[in-house]
Design a binder for this molecule. Structure first.
Ligand code: SF4
Ligand code: SF4
Length: 431
């Protein structure tokens, strides 16, 4: 017998219709959640994203090639996640398992739709079926192992890692999805009684089925029940992506696509820009670009930037992760103030959001930028905010003293102007 299985086997038509209605509802909540965040990014200065997709196919490819390459390497091959020992292994494991299950679900639905539209176009059978079932069965274990690692890490709570109550919801949800997925498979094997390769291509499901000791009627009943629990969990997961840390699935690759290849470089300021805006550097969140605001949502508070920051390590009042999260808070407050028509309540970035002392603590070493998995450019945020402080006369400390001396004495050491070249005497050849 050709190895295969019915896509909605044991599920009555009424439940199938309810399944699609719930799928549409969860997708609608997901789309609404993404739209809410997109409106926040639109507060920033335009990046002319539309320009990217205009022109001939060759011209569009020319424009998007760099971004597509970054997404393939940084996100697809998890390049920027590497180098963090077990954390990296667990992230890659969770990512590979998740992507396999996602692609597997899409393929399954494609087969289902095609076989209904054109009878005989069913491809979920034979050798393909065996390879599909085996791959998903094994990679599902990677998904569960990665989830268990991150659950353990939530218990340990490393200080650099951000913690939210919804992190538990996400990880326990992943665990429940993984376990119920295997249970559905085991119960299906119990009532369907596949033989040969049709059974052995799902080794985990087959092993689990061996523990359940259920007759066909009981197995069918339980299968129906667990199938619904599994479906509810998946729909709840899809709907909650934009409202939890999971949003980095969306914002991360989007930002990697739009980010620059070389990070931590100050954008130049032109006189025209200063005359038009009446300021130098950002004073409120709307003065950052849309790409920068998107990067605030791409941050998943992994704490890697904080771990490598020399200012943070020496107990200075600076954490690049905190800077990013505080700016994200300002973005949300700004949107709320504008929606309520209260322009006066738009938070200022300086002091109200980030203290000058925090900004001056940065050594501009670029370590945070180099380590961030989603290419957040913390240094450019800090330097452009500093730039505004300087323009407003807010420079302090040794840098301010050096500049004052330059102005009055023509040298940063405060030597009398007549002696400013005295140091070159030692370099002159002896006659
Ligand atoms: S800015 Fe990047 S490195 Fe820092 S916490 Fe966010 S995602 Fe992690
Ligand atoms: S550039 Fe500044 S914020 Fe980033 S790691 Fe270096 S000192 Fe810390």
């Amino acid at each position: 017998m050709t190895p295969t299985r019915e896509t909605f086997g044991n599920i009555p038509l009424s439940s199938q219709l309810a399944f699609y209605a719930l799928a549409a509802a969860s997708m609608a909540v997901f789309a609404w959640g993404v739209y809410r965040r997109w409106k926040l990014w639109r507060l920033g200065t335009s990046i002319n994203a539309r320009d990217l997709i205009t022109g001939s196919l060759a011209a569009v490819w020319q424009k998007v090639r760099g971004g597509a390459k970054r997404v393939a390497i940084d996100a697809g091959a998890q390049q920027r996640v590497r180098g963090h020992g077990l954390g990296t292994v667990a992230h890659v494991s969770l990512y590979v398992g998740f992507m396999a299950l996602f692609v597997g679900t899409v393929l399954l639905e494609t087969d289902n739709v095609l076989s209904h539209l054109w009878h005989g176009l069913k491809f979920h059978q034979g050798a393909y079926y065996v390879a599909y079932e085996f791959t998903l069965d094994v990679l599902g274990l990677l998904f569960l192992l990665g989830t268990l690692f991150f659950l353990g890490r939530r218990l340990v709570k490393p200080p650099a890692l951000g913690h939210r109550a919804t992190d538990w919801y996400v990880l326990l949800g992943f665990l429940a999805i993984g376990v119920t997925g295997y249970l559905v498979e085991a119960l299906r094997i119990l009532w369907q009684q596949p033989t040969g390769l049709g059974a052995h291509c799902s080794p985990v499901g087959l092993w689990l089925a061996g523990w359940l000791h259920l007759g066909e009627a009981e197995a069918r009943h339980s299968h129906f029940l667990v199938w619904w629990i599994h479906s509810f969990l998946v729909f709840a997961f899809i709907a909650s992506i934009p409202f939890t840390r999971l949003f980095h699935f969306i914002a991360g690759p989007m930002h990697i696509f739009l980010a620059k290849n070389v990070l931590g470089v100050m954008p130049p300021v032109t006189m025209e820009e200063v005359e038009a805006t009446g300021r130098v550097g950002p004073a409120d969140i709307r003065h950052f670009s849309q790409q920068q605001l998107l990067s605030l949502d791409a941050c998943m508070e992994c704490g890697r930037c904080e771990e490598v920051c020399p200012a943070f390590a020496t107990a200075k009042p600076l954490s690049p992760k905190r800077v990013v999260q505080d700016l994200k808070g300002a973005m949300e407050k700004t949107a709320a103030a504008l929606a309520a028509g209260k322009e006066s309540e738009v938070p200022a970035l300086h002091e109200a959001t980030i203290a000058a002392e925090t900004l001056w603590s940065c050594t501009a070493c670029n370590a945070c930028v180099n380590t961030c998995p989603v290419r957040v450019d913390q240094l450019t945020f800090i330097l452009t905010l500093r730039r505004h402080l300087v323009a407003e006369g807010g420079l302090s400390g040794t840098a301010a003293t050096a500049l004052r001396r330059m102005q009055s004495n023509g040298n940063p050491w405060g030597l009398p102007a007549t002696e400013r070249t005295a140091w070159t005497d030692a370099l002159k050849p002896k006659s």
